[in-house]
Design a protein around this ligand. Structure first.
Ligand code: SOE
Length: 382
């Protein structure tokens, strides 16, 4: 328990899946981590008052409001947590930052590079005034992935040659499942590419410590119409999958795949890195494990070994359970909010900031541009 910590008023906008998991983190962070600020769930924002009241009761918020501008104007709100679809991120984040409120914004940062640029500019101006912002690429805070970054940074993999990152889900595999905001370009910006492709782009840059300098790719939409409100067919206006490759600033080669049609894969966010001295491999579906191949090991005993990343030496783990007991998806959000609170308390700029989110947005837009450029495609004759 963080004794005597100053209270930090939280105003959250959005109360679906991300609102639920962020609320869980705000309620618990100061009970497991030594943080300089103690969150107070002041107000929950949502468009439908009754549903927002029900969510506020469930999540533990003191009040509700159907107008996010009113939330930003409240004196008792110190931080705005944006858990809404991407089409509202820029307006809410920029208004909050300019009102002097810290901001946590869900990924992807925005639906376009232009929006992300405005957000990053507003964040830089606010940061100079001590108003902090972070984009919620939560997988950076999986202990095994934080360990992976540490191993790469220590040179245990040597010169990086390959990164192979995929994010495989299957919740849209059924062509009759209904329309959702995630399938409307005007709300989501893109489909698998921005929703889950953003995670593997950020994770690749996080684990390797490098940036993606160029990409080429393709997208496909398998199911072009789905049952909308009232059962009427509605057109799907985003990608169902994105497959792309890219170069990293060190010259390593990266391949990426993001899809919500990989039947049988539930949340398989995977990354493998191959270097001149070693390799590592991670799969979120076994999130407490990291596979490591030490190329310095003598041939007779060399092989991928499974590191169970649940020891006190592993990032974040010592705040939770005894060795071997494992963590889950929700813990990664508590970790990111602990780091956010520490950055605010220490007067530091949290990572990943909006500039990192903008860099991911530029990669996403470059993939879309490449996919739309027919000249890049070489048909193969029958
Ligand atoms: C997509 O279904 C999704 O909810 C993403 O939006 C989240 O960012 C990811 O963590 C889990 O899957």
């Amino acid at each position: 328990m963080t004794d005597g910590a100053q209270s930090l008023g939280i105003g959250m906008v959005g109360h679906a899946f991300m609102g639920a998991v962020h609320s869980h983190a705000w309620r618990n962070v100061h009970r497991f981590f030594d943080v300089p600020l103690s969150p107070r769930l002041v107000v929950l924002g949502g468009r439908d008052e009754q549903r927002t009241k029900e969510a506020a009761a469930r999540f533990g918020f003191e009040s509700v409001d159907t107008d996010w501008r009113a939330i930003i104007e409240r004196e008792d709100v110190d931080l705005v947590d944006i858990c809404t679809p991407g089409d509202t991120h820029a307006d809410i984040a920029i208004a909050a930052l300019e009102a002097g409120k810290h901001v946590l914004c869900e990924k992807p940062l925005a639906n376009t590079v232009a929006e992300a640029e405005r957000m990053a500019e507003a964040a830089a101006r606010a940061d100079a005034r001590g108003v902090r912002s972070m984009v919620a690429f939560n997988y950076r805070r999986v202990p095994a992935l934080s360990l992976a970054r540490r191993l790469v940074a220590e040179g245990r993999l040597g010169e990086l040659r390959h990164v192979r990152a995929v994010y495989l889900q299957d919740w849209l595999s059924d062509a009759t499942s209904p329309m959702t905001w995630r399938l409307r370009k005007e709300q989501a910006g893109s489909g698998s590419l921005g929703d889950i492709g953003a995670h593997i782009v950020d994770a690749t840059q996080f684990v390797t410590g490098q940036v993606i300098t160029g990409v080429a790719g393709m997208t496909e939409t398998f199911v072009r119409n789905r049952p909308g409100a009232g059962g009427a067919e509605e057109a799907v206006t985003v990608d169902d999958c994105a497959v792309f490759h890219g170069s990293l600033s060190s010259g390593a080669v990266a391949t990426f795949e993001a899809t919500r049609y990989a039947l049988g894969r539930k949340n398989a966010m995977r990354i493998e890195v191959n270097g001149s001295r070693g390799s590592l491999a991670f799969d979120f579906e076994a999130m407490n494990e990291l596979w490591f191949y030490d190329g310095d090991e003598p041939g007779e005993t060399a092989g991928f070994r499974r590191i169970i990343a649940t020891e006190p030496e592993h990032p974040y783990v010592s705040a939770w359970w005894p060795p071997g007991h494992g963590l889950g998806y929700e813990h990664t959000f508590t970790h990111e909010i602990a780091d956010l609170l520490r950055a605010i308390g220490d007067g530091q700029s949290p990572e990943p900031g909006f500039a990192d989110g903008l860099r991911v947005q530029r990669v996403l837009e470059a993939v879309e541009s490449s996919a739309a450029d027919a000249s890049r495609w070489k048909p193969v004759e029958e």
